[in-house]
Design a binder for this molecule. Structure first.
Ligand SMILES: Cc1cc2nc3c(=O)[nH]c(=O)nc-3n(C[C@H](O)[C@H](O)[C@H](O)COP(=O)(O)OP(=O)(O)OC[C@H]3O[C@@H](n4cnc5c(N)ncnc54)[C@H](O)[C@@H]3O)c2cc1C
Length: 690
């Protein structure tokens, strides 16, 4: 069998590794012949070509590295882009992948062959087109492909405009008033560099509809501060992240959360509501506000403030000291509940001394280059409306679109040639990996976890897809009903429809492959494993994250080193949780809550099943609520499309979630007219002031 892999980022490399190693795990006659094509001169993907100064990953080394090639003991918790590219390059060497990699080779076209299979077309060293015939293609060309530029009228009046993909270092910001469009992690990184560059005149962060700030590490808190002699003012200037805190992405327990969950619980909102309790209400307990960690401005509107509907901004702690202080309530303003909380939990906080300005997304720029904003009903608008902001530089940190230009030629002639067009990643409806009925085209790396790491998910995807093309998975066993419990339920009209909950998605893929270890496996492996693994393995299996090593302990991809990784290196993630208290809140509490829910659901269903057995009643009918919500959202989206609406409702964003209208194409077209035409001095009614 021959397979082409398009892209040499983390997803492409890990896919190549599983393809080339498959014959060691499955009794196939010949090893798979695989070739990886990478357009740039290095492996590493965005970490090679989109890296910038001081850019640190937001997922920890524990989660982002692959199951059988672990980080070094003294590696930092978070790699820089350069360190991660080095890790990936070492990974390629360790598994002898280089002979299967063609660098500086862009795939220009892919087409289906008569009778099955595909032809991949690329340019050889002499510039001539070369064809590579294969049986299957792994598309690993990345989620972050083409920069997305939302249209802002009059942007051409700004002296300098570019996308964050072109951001390299702080020297690009020096002596400028910088406006950053977008409120994600890259935006936070750029604003941080702006704030810490003295010559930068002003930094304005423009957001559409809020964000949820979550630090990537457990912030320090001091319990019962009064009893321990602390006063409120002692917390000002204390760094909440100074004591090597545990990364949050490895702080989830998984028993009864994804493992041994009753289907009735799994397919309801209960687990999501439980995350809400931990993430939002927990953030109130830790820092006094449930809008985000110590977040007093830029909240998500009510209807989106739920973990099932959003992505956390894990670079939040970089800008928090420069954004929050002016908005944090003073002693006289704090509500009584917060006063009580402060007696129970002391929260350190820092003041950056220099402040980042916050603004709504600009509606337009007038001919003199001044930004205009619409009143979004939020506090920052009130602060900003008397200022004239004329940025020297606007940076779009507005994300990326996925494009698959190599399919275009084939797809444009598909109706004439009678050949099936290639799907795009958004049509991959089997575990977000391939389109039902078209398994030889795999999309690996096209999911985004709310909290977690894409490369780790790509590893599991690569394992499943490899099994699928080898015929080791019965397609009928991949039930459609299991597609919904892991999906982030982004609202209709959302650009990002590929969000997943890291742990739920991992467990689903592992279950599909038969590599998800049960309690008896774990007890047996722990008993026979290295020293101390008899208690460490069951504990980390239940109270730790779904590290990929967990899925290499049993089943077809079994690797002998996996138990050692779990009970050695990964045990650290348990020990660093803050001792007994940390483990009580992160393991005992969630396990007992969700465990009770599953037990009750099981008792309820068993009770009715027993009655049904004696023909006394009907068994409980299973309802997949999450599927119903997803389908309902799709229906609304379809209706929106029919009505010609480009975007879903634009909410006023002041937290009450009331729509202030919907933006349709007609309105967009109206926006394209020059503001100068409307009242002659560039100040449109209702569009705020400069
Ligand atoms: C600044 C930044 C920081 C990030 N930090 C994190 C983080 O901490 N944790 C995390 O999980 N995710 C992070 N991400 C998300 C990150 O994009 C993914 O984790 C990661 O890139 C997934 O790897 P990939 O291999 O799927 O895609 P990519 O890294 O995008 O790799 C795709 C590769 O395909 C190549 N390619 C595309 N088209 C062709 C073609 N026609 N022919 C040949 N080659 C082609 C590209 O050159 C590229 O090298 C970050 C993203 C950015 C932009």
């Amino acid at each position: 069998m021959r397979v082409a892999v398009i892209g040499g980022g983390p997803s492409g490399l890990v896919t190549l590794k599983y393809l080339t190693a498959a014959h060691q795990y499955f009794p196939i006659i010949k090893p798979i012949e695989a070739m990886l094509f990478e357009a740039t001169s290095s492996v590493g993907g965005v970490f090679f070509h989109h890296s910038y100064e001081d850019g640190e990953m937001v997922s920890s080394k524990y989660l982002t590295t692959f199951s059988d090639f672990r980080p070094k003991k003294d590696d930092p918790d978070y790699y820089t882009s350069e360190q991660y590219v080095k890790y990936l390059s070492d990974y390629a060497s360790r598994f002898d992948l280089w002979p299967h990699i063609k660098l500086s080779t862009r795939v220009e076209a892919v087409r289906r062959q008569d009778g099955g299979g595909h032809v991949v077309v690329y340019k050889g060293e002499d510039g001539q087109e070369v064809e590579y015939e294969c049986d299957a293609i792994a598309v690993c060309s990345g989620l972050h492909d083409k920069p997305s530029y939302p249209q802002v009228e009059g942007i051409e009046n700004v002296p300098e405009v570019w996308h964050s993909e072109n951001f390299k270092d702080r020297s690009q910001l020096e002596n400028k008033t910088v406006m950053v469009l977008g409120s994600g992690e890259t935006a936070a990184d750029i604003c941080y560099l702006g704030m810490t560059t003295p010559s930068v005149k002003q930094v304005v962060l423009c957001h559409r509809n809020g964000w949820m700030g979550a630090p990537k590490q457990m912030p320090k808190t001091i319990l019962f501060p009064g009893l321990r002699g602390y006063k409120d003012e002692d917390f000002e200037g204390m760094d909440p992240f100074d004591e090597k805190p545990n990364p949050i992405d490895v702080s989830q327990s998984t028993l009864f959360d994804t493992m041994y969950v009753h289907p009735m619980v799994r397919d309801s909102m209960l687990v999501w509501d439980h995350y809400k309790l931990i993430a939002l209400d927990g953030s109130w307990l830790v820092a006094g506000n449930g809008l985000g960690y110590d977040q007093w401005v830029g909240a998500l509107p009510d209807e989106r403030r739920h973990p099932s509907k959003m992505f956390f901004n894990k670079a939040w702690n970089r800008i928090q000291p420069f954004l929050v202080p002016p908005y944090r309530p003073s002693d006289s303003e704090i509500p009584w509940a917060e006063k009580i909380r402060r007696k129970l939990v002391g929260t350190p906080w820092c003041d950056g001394g220099r402040y980042l300005d916050l603004a709504p997304f600009p509606t337009h720029f007038s001919s003199d280059g001044a930004a205009h904003f619409k009143d979004n009903g939020r506090i920052e608008y009130q602060k900003l409306k008397s200022q004239v902001i004329k940025p020297d530089l606007v940076i779009y940190a507005t994300g990326y679109r996925q494009t698959f230009p190599f399919f275009e030629e084939h797809n444009s002639s598909a109706s004439e040639t009678g050949k099936k067009p290639y799907p795009h990643a958004n049509k991959a409806d089997v575990r977000n990996l391939w389109k039902r009925g078209d398994p030889s085209v795999g999309f690996i790396g096209f999911v985004r976890p709310g909290f977690g790491a894409i490369p780790a998910l790509s590893e599991l995807q690569a394992m499943l897809w490899t099994m699928s093309i080898l015929g080791r998975i019965d397609p009928e066993s991949l039930k459609e009903d299991d597609e919904y419990h892991y999906r982030i339920l982004t609202p209709p009209g959302s650009r990002v429809r590929y969000g997943v909950e890291h742990e739920a998605y991992s467990w689903q893929l592992a279950s599909d492959m038969g590599v998800a270890p049960g309690i008896t496996d774990v007890l047996k492996l722990g008993w026979n494993g290295p020293k101390r693994s008899w208690y460490r393995l069951p504990y980390i299996w239940a109270g730790g994250n779904h590290f990929n090593a967990k899925f290499r302990m049993v089943g077809p991809w079994k690797w002998d080193g996996a138990v050692g990784v779990m009970t050695g290196e990964l045990w650290e993630t348990i020990m660093r949780r803050g001792g007994l208290f940390g483990n009580f809140t992160l393991v005992v509490l969630p396990l007992s809550g969700l465990g009770t829910a599953s037990l009750l659901a099981w008792l309820w269903c068993t009770f009715w099943a027993v009655l049904a057995f004696f023909h006394l009643a009907k068994p409980v009918e299973h309802v997949n609520h999450l599927k119903n919500i997803w389908m309902e959202n799709l229906k609304i989206e379809e209706e929106m499309k029919m009505k010609g609406m480009d975007r879903m409702m634009v909410t006023n964003g002041n937290g009450n979630g009331k729509p202030i209208g919907s933006m349709n194409r007609m309105e967009n077209e109206n926006r394209n007219t020059s503001p100068l035409k409307e009242n002659g001095h560039g100040n449109r009614n209702g569009y705020g002031t400069t």
